[in-house]
Design a protein around this ligand. Structure first.
Ligand code: SF4
Ligand code: SF4
Ligand code: FES
Length: 247
């Protein structure tokens, strides 16, 4: 028979519509069987104990990127984190840092999306529409492999110390997405597109503390993209060229 262990979930509660009530932890005591995820427990708390608790989720399988939060001090997806993995009976849940809390574990991701949109996160084509699909070789696809895995969960954005002191810094996810498209053999964005990140708010703002890599649940290494973009810019400068051409 599977035995359930008692856990205490301490969850940061706050409602931006009631700013007069400061954020405070609320404790929920609940029995959990081995294998249950933090998200499964959150669903139980909301469904069985407290219907006012707010959090985001959708896929329950680390694909949609909606359930990012701080779990016992570590940023991760609630749906892929097992309660028993911490070896403690107290689990502390807090919303992602670097964004305003809307309610409880739900943050306002507007700044994250604003930076994401800045890099034109899609294939940019100048040629006429092709009559058939544009094929990529295995090597061409391999160049963008890790960046394609990004699920836009904002774990890296929440972990980045530069964003916490400079909200205008573009952040790891947007820069990783930019590298994903500039390295794509099908992309035809203008030569000078990289000029938009050739500054302290872009690739030169990163402190290389690597917290984004630690936080990423999909093994994306945003710093690889930042180094790649820096190299491209330095190369162009050395050649006396303005902007960027396809690498
Ligand atoms: S390595 Fe750069 S982008 Fe990543 S968390 Fe550190 S400062 Fe932010
Ligand atoms: S790079 Fe990783 S942590 Fe950042 S948004 Fe993408 S999947 Fe999430
Ligand atoms: S619910 Fe989709 S990533 Fe967790």
């Amino acid at each position: 028979m599977i035995t359930a262990d008692a856990y205490t979930f301490r969850i940061l509660r706050f409602d931006a519509k009631r700013p007069e009530e400061p954020p405070a932890f609320q404790a929920y005591r609940i029995k959990v069987i081995p294998g249950l995820t933090v998200l499964a427990v959150l669903n139980r708390i909301r469904d069985e104990i407290d219907g006012t608790l707010s959090f985001r989720s959708s896929c329950r399988s680390a694909v949609c990127g909606s359930c990012a939060m701080v779990i016992n001090g570590r940023i991760d997806l609630a749906c892929r984190t097992q309660v028993a993995s911490f070896g403690t009976s107290t689990i502390i849940l807090e919303p992602l840092p670097n964004m305003e809390i809307i309610k409880d574990l739900v943050v306002d991701m507007t700044p994250f999306w604003k930076m994401y949109e800045k890099v034109r996160p899609h294939l940019v084509r100048e040629s006429a529409d092709p009559v058939r699909e544009i094929r990529q070789s295995e090597k061409e696809r391999g160049r963008i492999d890790q960046f394609v895995n990004c699920i836009l969960c904002a774990c890296c954005y929440g972990a980045c110390p530069v964003i916490s002191r400079d909200p205008e810094y573009m952040g790891p996810a947007a820069l990783a997405k930019l590298e994903r498209f500039t390295l794509d053999s099908r992309d035809e964005r203008p030569e000078n597109f990289l000029d938009t990140v050739n500054n302290e708010k872009g690739v030169w703002g990163c402190d290389m503390v690597l917290r984004c890599i630690d936080a990423c649940p999909k093994d994306v290494r945003p710093t690889d993209s930042i180094v790649g973009l820096r190299k491209a810019l330095v190369k162009k400068k050395a050649k006396g060229l303005l902007g960027m051409k396809k690498r």
